[in-house]
Design a protein around this ligand. Structure first.
Ligand SMILES: NC(=O)c1ccc[n+]([C@@H]2O[C@H](COP(=O)([O-])OP(=O)(O)OC[C@H]3O[C@@H](n4cnc5c(N)ncnc54)[C@H](OP(=O)(O)O)[C@@H]3O)[C@@H](O)[C@H]2O)c1
Length: 351
């Protein structure tokens, strides 16, 4: 098995290369600067790295650079600028594709525009294999399964500590208005460009009291309704998380360090809580939590690419729960500090 990392010189790409080395999977480091790629290989302890040079806007060069790899982990953001070209090159080279995007508008386009090309190429495209996209999609699937057909599902993200890389600030700063306006909604079993918040508070994971929440443009809004039968889906962030993004601009990235120091990165905590209400009134609540957003993203993206190659998956653009066994994948992440649970909930008034 050979797995390419595009954007291997970046903050997240370096962690993905290191994770491939740790797993003993041969890595091909792809990017536009040989020196930066060599330093990423050195950091990962790879003695004789395979390095290939290609820029994101050079389809022929990038396709050639991906030849002979079974999958690519794309870590080169902003994805709204570079992502689609890398999907095209991956499919032309016959690679499965995963990426580390958190950008909802790009994810939405990837599902709408690349499903047919991916089916024709016989390959799986699973965008958003991050600490955000994958756990939220999988816990939503596991929670919704408890209630059968859902009338309503709500998901809330919470974060404690951490810090953001230049690349994250550049990517998320560019879509700040979309993030804060909530992005897509899902009502009456269809996506809508704008939605009105139905909830103003929700109990985050591991808490017992509700906190103020706001609609937030999470990746799960694009993926969850693709496999969970629900009339309504709401993606939310705690007010504290939403506030972190209010001053974000792409320009701010240049004044920041490359990325968080290891101690800050590993101390950071993230969590999702999901509440599902069935059309018959059954209720369930699921939680998933972990640490180290960037380190966990590298673990998730590498494991996703490895599973696509080793186990196969249907061809097309897939949500995480369509590509992987939800409980099996989350249990695999247990060794990396991720834990999860789903419980049936009594109806209101029966507590
Ligand atoms: N939970 C999440 O949602 C999550 C978690 C982790 C990362 N991410 C996302 O992943 C992306 C990467 O983050 P990061 O922190 O690793 O950013 P970064 O450190 O800025 O790295 C970006 C990488 O992309 C490469 N690149 C950019 N433009 C390119 C081009 N035109 N051609 C070839 N390579 C190009 C850069 O190569 P050079 O070295 O040559 O500049 C670098 O390797 C961001 O979009 C971030 O938001 C999301």
């Amino acid at each position: 098995m050979r797995i390419a990392v595009f954007g291997a010189s970046g903050y997240t790409g370096r962690l993905a290369v290191a994770e491939l080395a740790r797993r003993g999977v041969p890595a091909v480091l792809v990017g536009r600067d040989a020196g930066r790629l060599r330093s990423a290989a050195e950091e990962a302890g790879i003695a004789a790295p395979e390095i290939r040079i290609a820029a994101a806007d050079d389809l022929a060069g990038l396709t050639a650079a991906l030849e002979g790899c079974e999958a690519v982990v794309n870590c080169a953001g902003p994805f709204h600028r570079w992502g689609e070209g890398v999907i095209r090159a991956a499919l032309a080279a016959g690679c499965h594709y995963v990426d580390t995007t958190g950008e909802q508008p790009y994810l939405d386009r990837a599902f709408r525009e690349f499903d047919e090309p991916a089916r024709r190429a016989g390959r799986a495209v699973v965008p958003g294999t991050t600490d955000d996209g994958l756990p939220s999609d999988l816990i939503a699937a596991l929670t919704a399964a408890r209630v059968g057909e859902a009338a309503e599902i709500a998901l809330v993200v919470d974060l404690v500590g951490g810090g953001a890389s230049q690349g994250t600030v550049r990517s998320m700063g560019a879509i700040r208005d979309t993030l804060l306006s909530g992005g897509l909604g899902y009502e009456d079993a269809a996506w809508v460009p704008r939605a009105t918040a139905r909830r103003t508070e929700m109990v985050p994971a591991d808490e017992s009291e509700p906190r103020p929440v706001l609609r937030f443009a999470l990746p799960a809004m694009v993926t969850v309704p693709r496999h969970v039968p629900t009339r309504r889906f709401e993606a939310l962030a705690t007010k504290e998380v939403s506030d972190l993004f209010t001053t974000l601009t792409p320009e701010l990235a240049d004044s920041l360090p490359f990325g968080p120091e290891v101690a800050d990165r590993t101390a950071m905590r993230w969590s999702f809580a999901v509440e599902a209400v069935g059309v018959d009134g059954r209720r369930a609540r699921g939680v998933v939590r972990g640490r180290d957003a960037y380190g966990t993203t590298a673990v998730i993206a590498v494991e996703a690419a490895r599973r696509l190659v080793a186990d196969g998956a249907p061809a097309g653009v897939l949500a995480h729960a369509q590509a992987f066994d939800p409980a099996g994948f989350l249990d695999h992440l247990g060794a990396h500090g991720v834990s999860w649970s789903v419980e049936d909930e009594p109806a209101p008034g029966h507590r």
